[in-house]
Design a protein around this ligand. Structure first.
Ligand code: A2P
Length: 305
C-alpha cells in the first residue's frame, strides 16, 4: 500500500478508454485503462484496492485539486493491453448533476477528467490503497458469493478474473444489479466466463424492468428468493465468503434476505444477530447494522453513497 502518496504522485498514461454500457444506457460508465509501466506500481495493484487520481488544474478557490480514489477493476496480472501488471483499470461513472439552488450543471471533476481522457494522455496517480476488501491469501480454500450494484462491479470483475484465470476450482456466484439491462457492466465478459467455467454462475437483477427470465423488477438480494434452490446451497457451506460492493444501503437488504432464506446455523456464518432482533427481520434498519446485526469476518463490504 501507499507506494506513492498523493503529495508525491507518479505519472501514468491512459492506455484505453472505452464505453462500458450499451449505447442507450441511462448512465455513462467507462472502462479506463492506465499504463503504469516504469513505475513501482507494476504488479502491485490488486482488484478490491483503489488508486488515487489527482485531476489537473485548480478548484474554484485556486487550489490544486485533491486526490480522488478509484476502485481497481483490473485483475492482478493487469489488462491485456500491456506487459504483465503494467496496465491497471478502473470503472468510472460520469457524475452529472444539477445544483439545487442555482440550477447550474455540475460535472464531477475527476470522473469527467477520466471519462474524457484519451489514450496517451498523462495522469497523476497515487496508491494503491486498501487492504481489507481483497481476495483471501489461499483462494481455493473458499467459495465466493459476490453481490454488486452499478460500478460496484469494478473490484468483482478483477477478482473473478483472478480466480478463474488461476484455475481456482472454487464455486463462484455473482449477482449484478442495475436499473436497466442496458446498464449492466462487463455483461458480455461475465456471460462468456459463465459458459466457459462450470464453477462460475452469473445472474442479474434489474430494478426498473422485468427480468429476461420473466421475474418482476428486483434488487440483487431478491435473487436469493427467486433462485433459491440453486443459490442457497452455496451459502449453506462453511467455505463461503460473501463480498458486497455498491450502493450504501444494499447490505441491509442482503442481510435481511440471508436471515429469511438460510437456516439459522448457516446464517450465523455471516451475521451475528441479537436474539430479540431475529424474530422481526422485515423491520431491520440501517441503524441496527454493527449493533444488533453484525456481519462476521466472512462478509466483505465496500459500499458508498
Ligand atoms: P433503483 O435505482 O432502481 O432503486 P446504478 O449505480 O447504476 O444506479 O445501479 C444501482 C442499482 O442498485 C440500481 O438497480 C438500484 O435500483 C439498485 N439499488 C438501489 N438501492 C438498493 C438497495 N437498497 N439494495 C439493493 N439494490 C439497490
Amino acid at each position: 500500500m501507499h507506494i506513492y502518496r498523493p503529495n508525491e504522485p507518479v505519472n501514468g498514461r491512459i492506455a484505453r478508454n472505452d464505453l462500458c454500457t450499451a449505447r442507450k444506457a441511462a448512465g455513462f460508465v467507462r472502462h479506463v485503462e492506465i499504463d503504469v509501466s516504469g513505475t513501482n506500481l507494476v504488479g502491485q495493484v490488486r482488484p478490491g484496492q483503489a488508486f488515487g487520481i489527482i485531476p489537473p488544474g485548480v478548484d474554484d478557490k485556486g487550489r490544486p485539486h485533491k486526490v480522488r480514489l478509484y476502485s481497481v477493476s483490473s485483475p492482478t496480472r493487469g489488462e491485456d493491453s500491456g506487459p504483465p501488471g503494467s496496465v491497471i483499470a478502473t470503472t468510472v461513472k460520469r457524475t452529472i448533476d444539477e445544483d439545487w439552488e442555482t440550477h447550474k450543471l455540475f460535472l464531477g471533476v475527476a470522473s469527467n477528467f477520466l471519462c474524457d481522457a484519451q489514450p496517451g494522455d498523462p495522469v497523476l496517480l497515487s496508491g494503491p490503497n486498501g487492504k481489507r476488501f481483497i481476495l483471501p491469501a489461499s483462494p481455493d480454500q473458499h467459495d465466493y458469493f459476490f453481490f454488486a450494484t452499478g460500478t460496484g462491479i469494478a473490484p468483482v470483475r478483477g477478482m473473478v478474473m483472478d480466480l478463474l484465470e488461476s484455475g481456482c476450482p472454487s464455486k463462484i456466484v455473482l449477482i449484478m444489479g442495475s436499473p436497466y439491462a442496458t446498464d449492466l457492466l462487463y455483461h458480455d465478459y461475465f456471460l462468456r466466463a459463465a459458459s466457459e467455467h462450470p464453477n462460475f454462475q452469473y445472474a442479474t437483477a434489474i430494478s426498473r424492468e422485468r427480468q429476461s427470465d420473466g421475474h418482476d423488477p428486483m434488487y440483487v438480494q431478491d435473487r436469493l428468493r427467486t433462485d433459491r434452490d440453486r443459490l442457497v446451497p452455496l451459502l449453506d457451506s462453511d467455505r463461503t465468503l460473501i463480498y458486497i460492493c455498491g450502493l450504501a444501503g444494499m447490505e441491509l437488504g442482503i442481510f435481511q434476505q440471508l436471515a429469511l432464506v438460510l437456516r439459522q446455523s448457516a446464517m450465523e456464518n455471516y451475521l451475528q444477530v441479537d436474539p430479540e432482533t431475529l424474530g422481526d427481520v422485515k423491520s431491520w434498519s440501517r441503524s441496527m447494522l454493527h449493533k444488533e446485526v453484525r456481519p462476521t469476518r466472512k462478509v466483505f463490504m465496500e459500499v458508498y453513497a
